[in-house]
Ligand binder design. Structure first.
Ligand code: UDP
Length: 469
């Protein structure tokens, strides 16, 4: 017999940069420590975007890309929501995924298929080739727990979850009010609810589930998943926090890093709502005035407002700064810096002048602030962000949360109060201290003997020791 061929791992990310990036980080970590070659199979409903190509082209040699044939979604109505589009893109890509498996198995054995939250339909293809299937969740154990328990919740309750009188208690997790559960399950009559329920059942078919979280951050939730006595739950591997290292971002186009260089240590509040989050015009105004009244330093990534408050982008041609209150920029000059649409977030969070982060609690932003030890003001908008916020505020106590009025608007005085409290108050001090401890445990989890590195090695060992390889 010849020498053993390097086994391949096939990764199928859901469409969209937000899904590609966490899997790319996972793949890079994985090949850095373990001897596999990785094949990304990319689904799309058109041709690959430049952003996708840029990320895929920058990968090390052991990571390759296969573009699956584009699928056609023309039959869907315009208002079909994004999750449903994602699920359909994947299910319509299965025959070309099968073709890719055919081609790949002819060159070297495939040790595993890895999909994300939306990809469990692809388990069937892996099964045809006797390849084990894994899910990688770019999310906390809290979200995995909700997915695994959704079929039970669905049976137990007939009303909308937001109308439940008691909080939902997932094993080992912070209790959640029904209205804070992820968006796709907020309307039980919707198509996306049906899809989510269907996929939540399929999670149990995985041979293992990798999580972008770590034991010290979610100790009891992870313990309950691993040892909760539910024999149907696949083995769980927390391998995080995996975040981008930020080296890809080039010049300081917006000038914000240069500006940060000239601010006192720990004095600046970074304000950003992720790649898709936008506020209503009214809320944008309140936020501006709140930041102004707080008298704190701030670096704010301003996006064009959307009036629907659902995070869908308004026309991007308009200059976002146009929507700020009259005279705001002049009055806060020197103390505040406003940049349009995008900032190099990792560099901002790792900058010594940054002392706080007002965030929408997207999971990547959350982990990035943990890794850099920056305490938070939690301002969740959509998807599963409200769940993340509850965990950061009530469970880990590394975040403060401003109170909204009944109509959902957070007023300027409340904003000013919370900003001041985070940057100067006692509660802020306590949150900062706890966030630093969490930062240390994150570093420990990723160190040589750390829990996440060990989980990753365990997975690699399992993949490598399959006798047919
Ligand atoms: N990001 C950035 N600059 C920005 C906004 C976002 O670099 O101005 C990055 C951020 O560092 C994170 C990702 O985009 O890695 C956003 O992911 P997250 O899960 O926090 O939120 P989403 O954009 O998916 O809502």
């Amino acid at each position: 017999k010849g020498t053993k061929q390097t086994p391949q791992i096939v990764i199928l990310p859901a469409p969209g940069m937000g899904h590609l990036i966490p899997l790319v980080e996972f793949a890079k970590q994985f090949v850095h420590h373990h001897d596999f070659s990785i094949k990304f199979t990319i689904t799309n409903d058109g041709s690959p975007t430049n952003a996708q190509k840029e990320v895929l082209d920058s990968l090390p040699k052991s990571i390759d890309t296969i573009f699956l044939s584009p699928v056609n979604l023309d039959d869907l109505s315009k208002d079909t929501n994004v999750e449903t589009r994602i699920y359909l893109t994947i299910s319509r890509s299965l025959s070309s995924l099968r073709d890719a498996f055919e081609v790949l198995t002819a060159t070297a054995p495939i040790a595993a298929l890895v999909v994300d939250l939306f990809g469990s339909d692809a388990f069937d293809v892996a099964k045809e080739f006797n390849v084990p299937s894994y899910s990688f969740l770019p999310s906390p154990a809290l979200l995995l727990s909700l997915y695994l328990h959704l079929p039970k919740l669905d049976e137990m309750h007939s009303c909308e979850y937001r109308d439940l009188h008691e909080p939902v208690k997932l094993p080992g997790c912070v209790p959640l009010h029904g209205r804070d559960l992820m968006d796709p399950i907020q309307d039980r009559q919707s198509k996306v609810y049906t899809w989510t329920l269907y996929h939540s059942k399929r999670f149990r078919l995985a041979d293992g589930i990798l999580l972008n979280s770590f034991t010290d951050m979610e100790a009891s939730a992870i313990k309950a998943l691993k040892e909760g006595g539910d024999s149907n739950v696949p083995p769980i591997y927390p391998v995080g926090p995996l975040i981008q290292n930020g080296s890809r971002t080039g010049a300081d186009v917006s000038g914000c890093l240069n500006w940060l260089n000239n601010q006192p240590i720990g004095s600046v509040l970074f304000v950003s709502f992720g790649s898709g989050g936008a506020l209503s015009w009214e809320q944008l105004n309140e936020l501006a005035l709140g930041l102004e009244f707080s008298k704190q330093r701030f670096l704010w990534v301003v996006k064009t407002p959307n009036t629907t408050y659902l995070g869908t982008q308004a026309s991007e041609e308009e200059d976002p700064l146009m929507f700020l209150p009259d005279g705001f920029l002049e009055r806060t000059k020197g103390r505040g810096l406003v940049v349009r649409s995008w900032a190099p977030q990792i560099q901002v969070l790792s900058h010594a002048s940054t002392g706080g982060f007002l965030t929408h609690c997207g999971w990547n932003s959350t982990l990035e602030s943990v890794v850099h030890g920056v305490p938070l003001i939690a301002w969740p908008l959509f998807a599963e962000q409200k769940m993340n916020a509850v965990m950061m505020v009530e469970d880990l106590k590394v975040a403060l949360k401003p109170k909204a009025e009944k109509n959902g608007i957070v007023r300027r005085l409340e904003i000013a109060k919370v900003v001041k409290c985070l940057m100067e108050g006692d509660e802020g001090k306590r949150a900062r201290k706890r966030m630093r401890m969490l930062k240390d445990s994150a570093a420990k989890a990723l160190s040589e003997e750390g829990s996440s590195r060990k989980s990753l090695s365990e997975v690699a060992h399992k993949w490598n020791s399959q006798e047919w390889l």
